[in-house]
Write a new protein. Structure first.
Length: 148
């Protein structure tokens, strides 16, 4: 009986803490000022600079360097390198052009000068590859017994 009373007291105390936590969380500062309103433009000022813009020359250099790196990566294990180079030129250029649209100065510097691929470039590469490769016409599925 003693352990039951101790367990009962402990669970009652834990329940009291949960109620206190819920009540204290519901009394936030934003609710007292009139609810959940969107901040105005004056309230959302940034205290940092966005950095310099990427010049057209840097974007052009990035596009061609990235496309070349893409082609080299794709033909690294192929047997017919020249035939595959011509086959991969168009999709790799599409991917590089798609990535170039949202290129930041920091990413351009990391890629062009330090020869590093940042995580954001890798994510953008996957998105661009999906976008560019979906544009190609998919081969027709085989028809068996004149049905589909």
């Amino acid at each position: 009986m003693r352990t039951f009373n101790g367990t009962l007291r402990l669970s009652g105390l834990a329940g009291l803490f949960v109620v206190f936590a819920v009540l204290s969380a519901s009394c936030s500062d934003s609710d007292q000022k009139g609810g959940n309103k969107r901040p105005t433009a004056a309230q959302t000022q940034f205290d940092h600079a966005h950095g310099r813009e990427v010049s057209d020359l840097e974007k052009h250099k990035f596009e061609h360097d990235f496309a070349e790196q893409c082609i080299e990566r794709e033909i690294a294990r192929s047997a017919g390198k020249e035939a595959d180079r011509a086959r991969f030129a168009e999709p790799c250029m599409c991917i590089a052009g798609y990535m170039m649209k949202d290129l930041t100065a920091k990413e351009a510097q990391k890629f062009l000068k330090e020869h590093k691929n940042t995580q954001s470039l890798q994510i953008r590469f996957e998105n661009a590859a999906y976008h560019c490769l979906q544009q190609k016409a998919q081969p027709k599925a085989p028809t068996i017994f004149q049905r589909r």
